[in-house]
Design a protein around this ligand. Structure first.
Ligand code: NAP
Length: 283
């Protein structure tokens, strides 16, 4: 049976190590790192994620504010809010919680966030830098968290055959680029991939970010592979990932559970990015 990668434990360690640094920064500069989150509508999962982000900020002595807006909010109102937050010197990080309601063009809103406050790393400047293999101001939180989790296994990324299932801007594409930068051989799969199992079985490191419950079964995984399950799917009685954990753990050498796998790392990286933004702001 494979080793379980405890994302909660890894993220707790990262937060602990940041705690003293933040305290010292606040004492030295009088500046409190501040994250402002924009949440539109009533999506239950988004509500939970945003509350976790607020709590995590408070625990580390960082400030946060969530702008809770009704489903009926117009795109122009969101753009105006983002522009106001861009100008506010007390705000270091801006995060627009996705998904946005139908009728709002998320790209138009995200592109308004100043690249210096883009703690989710989704602005074209930051994504473009990543594509060019240059240092972005911020790397997307979930992909950054995934890399940290892979590193805990000790399995080398350089030269590894990596398969990423899912090509979202928030996970699939940026994680593939980060791994490419670290000299992995990367294949990206998506809904039109002809024989998913045939491709996933090649992976030394398999990352799945689809949003479809337990779509990847044990027989689609190479023996000894590292499996990172990003998916969060709510079944009637529990949360499950995109990987069928029970069959996958028999073949994988390391595997992330859902929950307590990738999720806590996303939040830890958001805190890290917000602190980074605050540090840059005082330079
Ligand atoms: P997304 O935008 O929902 O897109 C899903 C991707 O999966 C698309 O690229 C799609 O292909 C692909 N796909 C759909 N059906 C497929 C199939 N049968 N075979 C292969 N690929 C298929 O993706 P996302 O935003 O990355 O989210 C994916 C999951 O991760 C969701 O459950 C989300 O809640 C979760 N998530 C978790 C965290 C965390 O911190 N734990 C963070 C972000 C996301 P096409 O492009 O062809 O449509």
């Amino acid at each position: 049976m494979g080793n379980i990668i405890n994302g909660k434990e890894v993220s707790d360690k990262i937060r602990e190590s940041m705690s003293a640094q933040i305290e010292e920064f606040k004492n030295k500069t009088g500046v409190v790192p501040r994250l402002e989150v924009v949440l539109v509508g009533e999506d239950p999962a988004s509500q939970v994620y945003v509350r976790s982000k607020e709590k995590a900020c408070a625990k580390l002595g960082m400030e946060s504010k969530t702008h809770r807006l009704p489903e009926s909010t117009k795109q122009e109102q969101l753009v105006d809010l983002v522009r106001t937050l861009n100008k506010d010197k007390k705000v270091h990080g801006i995060l627009v919680q996705l998904p946005l309601p139908k009728g709002i063009n998320a790209t138009k809103v995200l592109d308004e966030i100043s690249p210096e406050k883009d703690v989710d790393g989704l602005h074209p400047y930051n994504m473009g830098k990543l594509l060019k293999g240059e240092d972005p101001l911020f790397v997307s939180c979930t992909p950054q968290g995934i890399i940290e989790l892979i590193k805990t296994t000790g399995v080398p990324i350089k030269g590894a055959e990596v398969v990423v299932v899912g090509r979202s801007n928030i996970v699939g594409k940026p994680v593939a680029l980060l791994l490419l930068q670290q000299h992995a051989t990367v294949t990206i799969c998506h809904s039109r991939t002809k024989d998913l199992g045939e491709v996933t079985r090649r992976a030394d490191i398999l990352i799945v970010s689809v949003g479809s419950p337990q779509i990847v079964k044990g027989d689609m995984i190479k023996k000894g592979a590292v499996v990172i399950d990003v998916g969060v799917n709510r079944l009637s009685d529990k949360l499950v990932g995109d990987v069928d954990f029970e069959s996958a753990k028999e073949v994988a050498s390391f595997i992330t559970p859902v929950p307590r796998g990738v999720g806590p790392m996303t939040i830890a990286m958001l805190l890290k990015n917000t602190f980074l933004a605050a540090q840059r702001g005082v330079k």
